[in-house]
Design a protein around this ligand. Structure first.
Ligand SMILES: N[C@@H](CCC(=O)N[C@@H](CS)C(=O)NCC(=O)O)C(=O)O
Length: 263
Protein backbone atom coordinates (compact mmCIF):
# COMPACT_ATOMS: atom_id res chain seq x y z
CA UNK A 1 0.00 0.00 0.00
CA UNK A 2 1.13 3.49 -0.87
CA UNK A 3 0.57 4.86 2.62
CA UNK A 4 1.84 1.94 4.59
CA UNK A 5 4.55 2.50 7.22
CA UNK A 6 6.54 -0.35 8.75
CA UNK A 7 8.86 0.29 11.68
CA UNK A 8 11.59 -2.07 12.85
CA UNK A 9 13.12 -1.51 16.29
CA UNK A 10 13.96 -2.94 19.64
CA UNK A 11 10.81 -2.91 21.75
CA UNK A 12 9.55 -1.35 23.86
CA UNK A 13 11.18 1.84 22.62
CA UNK A 14 9.84 5.30 23.57
CA UNK A 15 11.16 6.55 20.22
CA UNK A 16 8.75 4.18 18.46
CA UNK A 17 5.94 5.24 20.78
CA UNK A 18 6.10 8.70 19.21
CA UNK A 19 4.78 7.28 15.94
CA UNK A 20 2.26 4.93 17.54
CA UNK A 21 0.79 7.79 19.59
CA UNK A 22 0.59 10.00 16.48
CA UNK A 23 -1.09 7.13 14.62
CA UNK A 24 -3.61 6.86 17.47
CA UNK A 25 -4.45 10.55 17.16
CA UNK A 26 -4.48 10.41 13.39
CA UNK A 27 -6.64 7.28 13.24
CA UNK A 28 -4.21 5.33 11.04
CA UNK A 29 -2.47 2.01 11.47
CA UNK A 30 1.25 1.42 11.33
CA UNK A 31 3.17 -1.83 11.46
CA UNK A 32 5.74 -2.29 14.22
CA UNK A 33 8.16 -5.23 14.21
CA UNK A 34 10.87 -6.03 16.73
CA UNK A 35 12.02 -7.70 19.89
CA UNK A 36 13.65 -7.01 23.25
CA UNK A 37 16.87 -4.93 22.93
CA UNK A 38 19.15 -7.84 23.79
CA UNK A 39 17.48 -10.05 21.14
CA UNK A 40 18.11 -7.73 18.19
CA UNK A 41 21.58 -9.25 17.76
CA UNK A 42 19.72 -12.39 16.65
CA UNK A 43 17.55 -10.58 14.10
CA UNK A 44 18.00 -9.86 10.44
CA UNK A 45 17.90 -6.06 10.14
CA UNK A 46 15.86 -5.69 6.98
CA UNK A 47 12.46 -4.63 5.63
CA UNK A 48 11.52 -8.27 6.17
CA UNK A 49 13.15 -8.31 9.59
CA UNK A 50 13.04 -11.66 11.33
CA UNK A 51 14.51 -13.69 14.17
CA UNK A 52 17.29 -15.86 12.72
CA UNK A 53 17.76 -19.54 13.35
CA UNK A 54 21.31 -20.78 14.01
CA UNK A 55 21.47 -22.15 10.45
CA UNK A 56 20.36 -18.78 9.02
CA UNK A 57 22.93 -16.96 11.18
CA UNK A 58 25.61 -19.13 9.64
CA UNK A 59 24.44 -18.38 6.11
CA UNK A 60 24.17 -14.63 6.82
CA UNK A 61 27.49 -14.37 8.67
CA UNK A 62 29.08 -12.11 6.04
CA UNK A 63 26.41 -9.48 6.84
CA UNK A 64 27.62 -9.09 10.43
CA UNK A 65 28.50 -5.55 11.39
CA UNK A 66 29.74 -4.22 14.68
CA UNK A 67 27.03 -2.27 16.55
CA UNK A 68 27.87 1.42 16.48
CA UNK A 69 25.61 3.07 18.98
CA UNK A 70 24.03 1.28 21.93
CA UNK A 71 24.59 -2.26 20.65
CA UNK A 72 27.69 -3.98 21.96
CA UNK A 73 27.57 -7.11 19.76
CA UNK A 74 27.45 -7.68 16.02
CA UNK A 75 24.31 -7.09 14.00
CA UNK A 76 23.01 -8.72 10.84
CA UNK A 77 22.22 -5.68 8.67
CA UNK A 78 21.37 -6.43 5.04
CA UNK A 79 22.72 -4.28 2.19
CA UNK A 80 19.14 -3.26 1.37
CA UNK A 81 18.66 -2.18 4.98
CA UNK A 82 21.80 -0.04 4.87
CA UNK A 83 20.82 1.46 1.52
CA UNK A 84 17.52 2.59 3.02
CA UNK A 85 19.11 3.39 6.40
CA UNK A 86 22.65 4.64 5.79
CA UNK A 87 23.20 5.38 9.49
CA UNK A 88 22.08 1.88 10.35
CA UNK A 89 19.93 2.84 13.32
CA UNK A 90 16.60 1.80 14.77
CA UNK A 91 13.82 2.77 14.84
CA UNK A 92 13.99 2.20 11.09
CA UNK A 93 10.87 2.99 9.08
CA UNK A 94 10.00 1.94 5.56
CA UNK A 95 7.36 4.02 3.81
CA UNK A 96 4.93 3.03 1.09
CA UNK A 97 5.31 0.51 -1.72
CA UNK A 98 8.79 1.86 -2.47
CA UNK A 99 9.80 1.07 1.13
CA UNK A 100 11.47 4.45 1.44
CA UNK A 101 13.86 4.46 4.39
CA UNK A 102 12.95 7.04 7.01
CA UNK A 103 15.16 7.27 10.09
CA UNK A 104 15.37 9.45 13.20
CA UNK A 105 12.31 8.92 15.35
CA UNK A 106 11.21 12.56 15.02
CA UNK A 107 11.19 12.20 11.23
CA UNK A 108 9.24 8.95 11.41
CA UNK A 109 6.84 10.80 13.70
CA UNK A 110 6.47 13.54 11.09
CA UNK A 111 5.82 10.94 8.40
CA UNK A 112 3.01 9.36 10.41
CA UNK A 113 1.47 12.75 11.22
CA UNK A 114 1.62 13.79 7.55
CA UNK A 115 0.05 10.53 6.41
CA UNK A 116 -2.74 10.79 8.95
CA UNK A 117 -3.83 14.13 7.53
CA UNK A 118 -4.71 15.16 11.10
CA UNK A 119 -5.77 18.79 11.18
CA UNK A 120 -3.46 20.11 13.89
CA UNK A 121 -0.96 17.41 14.85
CA UNK A 122 1.63 18.80 12.46
CA UNK A 123 0.33 22.33 12.00
CA UNK A 124 -2.23 21.56 9.28
CA UNK A 125 -1.67 23.74 6.22
CA UNK A 126 0.06 26.50 8.16
CA UNK A 127 3.70 26.34 7.00
CA UNK A 128 4.80 28.65 9.78
CA UNK A 129 3.24 26.50 12.49
CA UNK A 130 4.72 23.41 10.82
CA UNK A 131 8.14 25.04 10.98
CA UNK A 132 7.64 26.06 14.59
CA UNK A 133 6.81 22.44 15.42
CA UNK A 134 10.00 21.42 13.58
CA UNK A 135 11.92 23.86 15.77
CA UNK A 136 10.75 22.06 18.91
CA UNK A 137 11.59 18.70 17.36
CA UNK A 138 15.10 19.87 16.48
CA UNK A 139 15.84 21.14 19.98
CA UNK A 140 14.42 17.92 21.36
CA UNK A 141 16.75 15.83 19.17
CA UNK A 142 19.79 17.74 20.42
CA UNK A 143 18.76 17.00 24.01
CA UNK A 144 18.00 13.42 23.08
CA UNK A 145 21.44 12.84 21.57
CA UNK A 146 23.17 14.35 24.59
CA UNK A 147 21.31 12.19 27.05
CA UNK A 148 21.67 9.08 24.89
CA UNK A 149 25.43 9.23 25.53
CA UNK A 150 24.75 9.70 29.25
CA UNK A 151 22.23 6.84 29.52
CA UNK A 152 24.55 4.49 27.64
CA UNK A 153 27.41 5.40 29.99
CA UNK A 154 25.44 5.32 33.24
CA UNK A 155 27.11 2.22 34.60
CA UNK A 156 30.50 3.86 34.19
CA UNK A 157 29.75 7.55 34.24
CA UNK A 158 32.28 10.36 34.16
CA UNK A 159 31.90 13.93 35.43
CA UNK A 160 32.26 15.44 31.99
CA UNK A 161 29.31 13.54 30.48
CA UNK A 162 27.22 14.28 33.57
CA UNK A 163 27.92 18.03 33.35
CA UNK A 164 27.25 18.12 29.62
CA UNK A 165 23.95 16.28 29.97
CA UNK A 166 22.96 18.49 32.86
CA UNK A 167 23.48 21.55 30.74
CA UNK A 168 21.52 20.03 27.80
CA UNK A 169 18.70 19.13 30.22
CA UNK A 170 18.52 22.67 31.59
CA UNK A 171 18.68 24.22 28.15
CA UNK A 172 15.84 22.05 26.82
CA UNK A 173 13.59 22.27 29.86
CA UNK A 174 14.10 26.02 30.36
CA UNK A 175 12.68 26.47 26.85
CA UNK A 176 9.85 23.99 27.33
CA UNK A 177 8.91 25.62 30.64
CA UNK A 178 8.97 29.12 29.10
CA UNK A 179 6.75 27.95 26.26
CA UNK A 180 4.26 26.27 28.57
CA UNK A 181 4.01 29.47 30.62
CA UNK A 182 2.32 31.17 27.66
CA UNK A 183 0.67 28.25 25.83
CA UNK A 184 -1.30 25.14 26.75
CA UNK A 185 0.88 23.05 24.47
CA UNK A 186 4.49 23.37 23.39
CA UNK A 187 3.97 24.98 20.00
CA UNK A 188 0.74 26.84 20.74
CA UNK A 189 -2.89 26.12 21.55
CA UNK A 190 -3.09 22.61 20.06
CA UNK A 191 -1.49 19.32 20.90
CA UNK A 192 1.13 18.62 18.23
CA UNK A 193 3.87 16.12 17.52
CA UNK A 194 6.21 18.43 19.49
CA UNK A 195 4.29 17.45 22.65
CA UNK A 196 4.35 13.77 21.70
CA UNK A 197 8.10 13.84 21.18
CA UNK A 198 8.62 15.72 24.45
CA UNK A 199 6.65 13.12 26.45
CA UNK A 200 8.52 10.17 24.93
CA UNK A 201 12.01 11.64 25.26
CA UNK A 202 11.59 12.95 28.81
CA UNK A 203 10.09 9.64 29.92
CA UNK A 204 13.16 7.92 28.57
CA UNK A 205 15.51 10.42 30.21
CA UNK A 206 13.89 9.90 33.63
CA UNK A 207 15.20 6.32 33.48
CA UNK A 208 18.41 7.74 34.92
CA UNK A 209 16.53 7.27 38.21
CA UNK A 210 17.09 3.52 37.91
CA UNK A 211 20.83 4.20 38.28
CA UNK A 212 20.69 6.50 41.30
CA UNK A 213 23.08 4.34 43.35
CA UNK A 214 25.69 4.13 40.54
CA UNK A 215 25.48 7.89 39.94
CA UNK A 216 25.88 8.69 43.62
CA UNK A 217 28.80 6.30 43.91
CA UNK A 218 30.63 8.66 41.53
CA UNK A 219 29.87 11.60 43.86
CA UNK A 220 27.23 12.90 41.44
CA UNK A 221 23.45 13.15 41.64
CA UNK A 222 20.40 12.57 39.47
CA UNK A 223 20.10 15.36 36.93
CA UNK A 224 16.31 15.22 37.20
CA UNK A 225 16.37 15.25 41.04
CA UNK A 226 14.29 18.45 41.22
CA UNK A 227 12.35 18.08 37.98
CA UNK A 228 8.96 18.67 39.64
CA UNK A 229 10.13 21.74 41.61
CA UNK A 230 12.32 23.32 38.93
CA UNK A 231 10.00 22.68 35.98
CA UNK A 232 6.45 22.44 37.37
CA UNK A 233 4.69 23.14 34.07
CA UNK A 234 6.79 20.61 32.17
CA UNK A 235 6.22 18.05 34.92
CA UNK A 236 2.45 18.62 34.80
CA UNK A 237 2.44 18.50 30.99
CA UNK A 238 4.24 15.15 30.99
CA UNK A 239 1.88 13.52 33.47
CA UNK A 240 -1.31 15.08 32.08
CA UNK A 241 -0.52 13.88 28.56
CA UNK A 242 0.74 10.46 29.58
CA UNK A 243 -2.65 9.82 31.23
CA UNK A 244 -4.60 10.44 28.01
CA UNK A 245 -5.76 7.24 26.33
CA UNK A 246 -3.80 7.83 23.09
CA UNK A 247 -0.62 7.98 25.19
CA UNK A 248 -1.39 5.64 28.09
CA UNK A 249 -2.47 2.78 25.81
CA UNK A 250 1.05 2.89 24.34
CA UNK A 251 3.16 3.81 27.36
CA UNK A 252 1.49 1.35 29.73
CA UNK A 253 3.20 1.27 33.12
CA UNK A 254 6.50 2.79 31.89
CA UNK A 255 6.31 5.79 34.28
CA UNK A 256 4.79 4.00 37.28
CA UNK A 257 8.13 3.39 38.98
CA UNK A 258 8.91 7.12 38.66
CA UNK A 259 5.58 8.13 40.18
CA UNK A 260 6.22 5.72 43.04
CA UNK A 261 9.71 7.13 43.59
CA UNK A 262 7.96 10.47 44.19
CA UNK A 263 10.98 12.72 43.63
N1 LIG B 1 18.18 9.96 17.39
C1 LIG B 1 17.88 8.64 16.91
C2 LIG B 1 18.52 7.59 17.76
C3 LIG B 1 18.60 6.23 17.09
C4 LIG B 1 19.74 5.39 17.63
O1 LIG B 1 20.80 5.93 18.02
N2 LIG B 1 19.54 4.07 17.65
C5 LIG B 1 20.59 3.15 18.13
C6 LIG B 1 20.09 2.35 19.29
S1 LIG B 1 19.75 3.37 20.68
C7 LIG B 1 20.93 2.15 17.04
O2 LIG B 1 20.07 1.79 16.24
N3 LIG B 1 22.18 1.65 16.97
C8 LIG B 1 22.57 0.72 15.96
C9 LIG B 1 23.99 0.25 16.11
O3 LIG B 1 24.50 0.22 17.26
O4 LIG B 1 24.58 -0.13 15.09
C10 LIG B 1 16.34 8.48 16.85
O5 LIG B 1 15.64 9.24 17.52
O6 LIG B 1 15.85 7.62 16.10
Amino acid sequence: MKDKVRIFSYLPNPRVWKSIIAANYGGIEIEVIGDKPRNLVNWLWDYDAKLLTDAEKESYKELKKKGRRGFAGELYKTDEFLKAHPFGTVPAAFGGTEKVGVFESNSILREVARLSGHETLYGGSDVHMKSRIDSFLDVNLVFSREFQVYILELEDLNKYTHARTNSAYEFYLDGVEASLSTNDYLAGSNLTIADISFVCEISQFLREGHYEAEIQKKGLDLISRNFKKDYPLSFKHLFTLSDIKEFSSVMGTYLDWYKEKNL
